[in-house]
Design a protein around this ligand. Structure first.
Ligand code: NZQ
Ligand code: ZN
Length: 388
């Protein structure tokens, strides 16, 4: 049964090869001052920067650049970004890049008109914005996080080694996002597969919880099958537009809040991965891949029915002649084989985690209660040790 819920998605989305043209329709809605937010320079190599700058100039915008947003954006960078946006009296924050740029733009947007320290306010005390929020637009160059159509913003505080997400309200969602699958084609393969696993895991996080028959889980299965099928094409031929466009759209649907409506969700893989990411600065999708199998193997007995369903509906495994446990485990074995084909990282040690970090990572892991098993701290340690 579906629980009660409200649903609104506040982001206008433009998708496809011509989608950047729609920036011309969006820009007149905002004042003259634009802060252009981007990362380490990939957009200068693949031509996206030049194309965006031309449209900004054609629309008479006064642009200040805020480059250098790193993967896993930091609280120090956030404070600098707030200063830049304040000094420029930003009317629009335009993020061009992956989830890190989109997340960072959202975190800046709620902090420009607020005197308090953004890390303390939003990531330590988890307060909601009480100030005017500067509008955000995104031009996405990497499929994975879903940040283009949600209100999440993950920030890392290097001093305390904490990587924390804040899911804001709909007023913080990008006002518009532009998704051209061609822009993702310059991604190195390692980033592409990390993004693909991130998408898949977002769906798992919302699927592995609850036993009810609900439309959200049916949608999740369809999305998972699409991600698996298209990922196998994309790793053979990264230039395959059909595969890359399906992956990009699936990423958006995986985390634009739709498939969590009316049901509980888990999110413990993200809590474990994020805590490891705070210690190592490792690629987000890879941290998830490294902890997933030990975590799912551990919780399988508590969510046996759903793991059986996962095996049959997502991986097409025939239940004949198998016990419940054999069937459920066969689903995870199929997932593991797919992860190996993708080439994602299957151990935390490959990401720089050492035994002596385990206690600290366990302390930094938020324990959530929506999944099949509410973990104890000892269980968190056990799973982390198995992920090494
Ligand atoms: O910085 P540049 O030079 O642009 O290079 C980036 C970066 O090195 C590169 N890249 C992106 N598009 C490219 C490209 N390189 C060549 N061609 C392109 N077209 O890829 C690298 C990774 O980019 P990043 O934005 O960091 O990746 P991703 O999209 O995976 O974002 C990761 C961040 O999002 C957070 C993660 O924790 C992490 O901080 N998340 C945000 C979520 C949300 N808002 O809901 C949920 C997620 O679970 C996740 O936690
Ligand atoms: Zn994620």
């Amino acid at each position: 049964m579906l629980g009660n819920f409200t649903y609104k998605n506040a982001t206008k989305l433009y998708f496809g090869e011509d989608s950047l043209n729609y920036l011309n329709e969006e820009l007149p809605k905002y004042g003259k001052n634009v802060v252009l937010i981007y990362g380490g320079g990939s957009i200068k190599k693949n031509g996206v920067y030049d194309a965006v700058m031309k449209i900004l100039a054609d629309n008479g915008k006064d642009v200040v650049e805020d480059p250098g947003v790193m993967p896993n954006p930091t609280s120090d960078k956030l404070r600098d970004g707030v200063k830049i946006a304040r000094e420029h009296k930003a009317d629009l924050l335009l993020a061009v890049g992956g989830g890190s740029c989109c997340d960072y733009a959202k975190a800046v947007s709620v902090s420009v008109n607020c005197d308090e320290d953004p890390w303390e306010k939003y990531y330590v005390r988890f307060e909601e914005p009480a100030c005017e929020i500067v509008p955000v637009g995104c031009i996405l160059t990497m499929a994975g996080t879903g940040s283009e159509m949600n209100a999440g913003a993950v920030i890392t505080d290097r001093a305390t080694k904490q990587k924390t997400g804040h899911v804001f309200g709909e007023e913080v969602m990008p006002k518009f996002s532009i998704l051209n699958p061609r822009f993702t084609m310059s991604l190195p393969k390692r980033q592409m597969v990390a993004g693909i696993y991130d998408i898949f895991n977002h769906i798992c996080e919302q699927y592995f919880s609850g036993e009810d028959d609900n439309v959200s889980d049916d949608l999740s299965e369809a999305l998972m099958k699409s991600v698996i099928r298209n990922s196998l094409v994309a790793i053979e031929d990264p230039e395959d537009y059909e595969a890359r466009s399906n992956i990009m759209w699936a990423a958006t649907w995986a985390l634009n809040t739709l498939i969590s409506r009316g049901k509980t969700t888990d999110w413990m893989v993200h809590m474990l991965g994020q805590a490891a990411g705070g210690y190592t600065d490792a690629t987000h999708g890879m941290t998830l891949a490294a902890v997933s199998l030990p975590y799912y193997k551990y919780i399988l007995p508590y969510g046996l029915q759903k793991f059986k369903r996962f095996a049959v509906e997502v991986w097409g495994i025939c239940p004949d002649g198998k016990t419940d446990e054999e069937l459920a485990n066969a689903g995870l074995a199929a997932m593991e084989a797919w992860m190996k084909k993708l080439g994602v990282t299957l151990s935390l040690s490959e990401l720089g985690v050492t035994e002596d970090m385990i206690e600290g990572i366990a302390d930094a892991t938020f324990i959530l209660e929506g999944g099949y098993k509410v973990l104890t701290r000892n269980e968190v340690v056990k799973i982390l040790k198995e992920s090494i």
